[in-house]
Design a protein around this ligand. Structure first.
Ligand SMILES: N[C@@H](CCC(=O)N[C@@H](CS)C(=O)NCC(=O)O)C(=O)O
Length: 208
């Protein structure tokens, strides 16, 4: 069976939620933190990161946005079609959230990879939270402009990744209370059965 590799707390929650929403025939293999650097997993994804999707024939797909695109193409029902305005905007939103917002979290998760001295790392973190604040401001605005319920006006996979980002904000000095649309979106996601199933499969709790 096609297998999605996940780890608690990580962005692999986004495709995990998508699997639950689609009821797709994909097994969730939730690893313990650290197992992603073991030889067995490095043979699957030499980047040593999650998510990764392994197909029956051994082929492997990595990168959250690519996995979400494949899930939509292979198992999508109405509302997940690609050749629609929603499909195009979904691809745009997922590219932005992964390549800009997630990437900006590098300064929070791994400041040592960006600067050597303790002082320089503090500076990296300060700039990181400034950048993240701007990103959250922007996505809070997009959500508001689209009616405030779903990121693109109707439910899409953009909401799965947005949920990851609204959880991660708790690890930073930023406050979800400063982004009222994002706060409401997080609560809406946490009331969703598919989200709750994905959290359970990934050994994660609601933020509340
Ligand atoms: N560009 C990748 C990023 C994947 C990524 O950074 N995954 C993180 C979890 S959110 C990870 O596996 N980190 C473990 C590590 O770097 O040791 C994607 O969008 O899928």
């Amino acid at each position: 069976m096609t297998t999605l590799y996940t780890m608690p707390g990580t962005c692999s929650l986004a495709p995990n939620i998508a699997v639950a929403w689609l009821d797709a025939p994909v097994e969730i293999h939730n690893m313990t933190y650290g197992d992603h650097k073991n030889d067995d997993y490095l043979a699957i994804n030499s980047k040593g990161k999650v998510p990764a999707l392994r197909f029956d024939d051994g082929d492997v797909l990595t990168e959250a946005a690519a996995i979400l695109a494949w899930l939509g193409a292979a198992h999508g029902k109405e509302g997940y079609a690609r050749d629609t305005r929603l499909g195009r905007k979904e691809a745009e939103a997922l590219s932005f959230m992964t390549s800009e917002v997630h990437a900006a979290y590098g300064g929070h998760f791994a400041p040592k990879s960006l600067a050597d001295s303790a002082a320089a790392q503090r500076e990296v973190k300060r700039k990181t939270y400034e950048t993240l604040g701007n990103h959250y401001e922007r996505i809070n605005g997009v959500l508001n402009d689209n009616g405030g319920e779903w990121y693109l006006g109707q439910r899409s996979f953009a909401d799965t990744f947005l949920y990851v980002l609204t959880r991660w904000i708790e690890q930073t000095p930023l406050s979800i209370s400063d982004y009222s649309a994002l706060k409401a979106h997080r609560a809406r996601m946490e009331a969703d059965e598919g989200v709750r199933l994905a959290l359970k499969r990934q050994d994660m709790e609601l933020v509340g």
